[in-house]
Design a protein around this ligand. Structure first.
Ligand SMILES: [Zn+2]
Length: 300
């Protein structure tokens, strides 16, 4: 199995290189922050599973061509109704019905489920039922935050973690794709923390509200209490899905800060945000969460 379109990630590629399609099992979880390349990896993985050539995807056979054109009858890619929202319960139920149908030409069907960590509890339980059934399909789940998923779902998946790109590799790719100035490219590469999709969002001015808020919040943590309070106040304007983006991104940034400085305070805030993120599926209002975060940071 190969991932020809995914940049970097040499360890993951090495691990997959020795794996035949049957070795992938019936459920795969691709784990990593937004913009790291999960969809690219999933497209390659799905094409590789369906390609009849050894060590696929070969990229040139009819199966690979249809997979890349989005017209392979045995490759079903669930779509979110809106960005940042997971797929709906109804779609998971439909997926269950579809997974019982015989594949058209490949030995099995491949289903890709984006933002599996955004599924609410009923949807995750419906998905669990699908995964528990005898495997006649392969499911590829994408997630940013494994902790937001049911342990029972996670434990049924073979997990592959994606890694950020080296700055040099990211810069080279950005200058190949974008016309921006060298300074703008360098700044986007640094702010993205090695995530190609995120750097492209920053350069095109399309960064998600939750990600911008996370950068402002983590910046405020380096200043005084008032600044932190004001940053938290801004958070109450976010929608629920944006608040999930905020938690995921802040945790990612705080992890980097902990690795660099070993700060105990960063660890505490990281753990608190993880709890908030886990509660988000059931919880009250974003305003209440933002207020509680401000109080928690003020008490540290
Ligand atoms: Zn092929």
């Amino acid at each position: 199995m190969r991932l020809p379109h995914l940049l970097g990630n040499s360890r993951l590629k090495e691990a997959l290189a020795s794996l035949p399609p049957s070795g992938v099992g019936s459920a795969v979880l691709l784990d990593g922050p937004a913009g790291i390349g999960k969809r690219t990896a999933a497209a390659d993985l799905a094409a590789g599973l369906l390609c009849p050539q050894p060590n696929g995807p070969c990229g040139v056979c009819p199966s690979c061509k249809r997979a890349s054109a989005g017209s392979h009858p045995d490759l079903i890619w669930l779509k979110e109704s809106e960005p940042s929202k997971g797929v709906k319960l109804e779609q998971v139920r439909q997926l269950r019905a579809q997974s019982f149908l015989r594949p058209s030409e490949a030995p099995f069907k491949v289903f890709v489920i984006p933002q599996a960590d955004r599924l609410n509890l009923p949807s995750q339980n419906a998905l669990l039922k699908v995964l528990e059934e005898p495997a006649s399909s392969v499911f590829v789940l994408l997630c940013e935050n494994r902790e937001a998923m049911l342990q029972t779902v996670r434990s049924r998946c073979k997990t592959f973690r994606l890694a950020p790109l080296e700055q040099q590799e990211l810069l080279a790719e950005l200058s190949r794709r974008c016309d921006s100035s060298a300074d703008a490219l360098r700044a986007a590469a640094a702010q993205s923390g090695g995530l190609l999709g995120r750097a492209l969002d920053i350069l095109s001015g399309q960064e998600k509200a939750g990600h911008t808020a996370a950068r402002a919040f983590c910046q405020a943590l380096r200043g005084d209490e008032l600044g932190i309070f004001l940053a938290c106040q801004e958070l109450s304007k976010l929608h629920r899905e944006e608040y999930a983006d905020f938690c995921d991104e802040s945790c990612r940034l705080l992890t980097r800060s902990v690795m660099l400085t070993g700060s105990r305070r960063s660890v505490d805030i990281f753990e608190y945000l993880e709890k908030q993120r886990a509660m988000l599926n059931q919880t009250p209002s974003v305003t209440a969460l933002a207020g509680a975060l401000a109080a928690f940071c003020g008490g540290l």
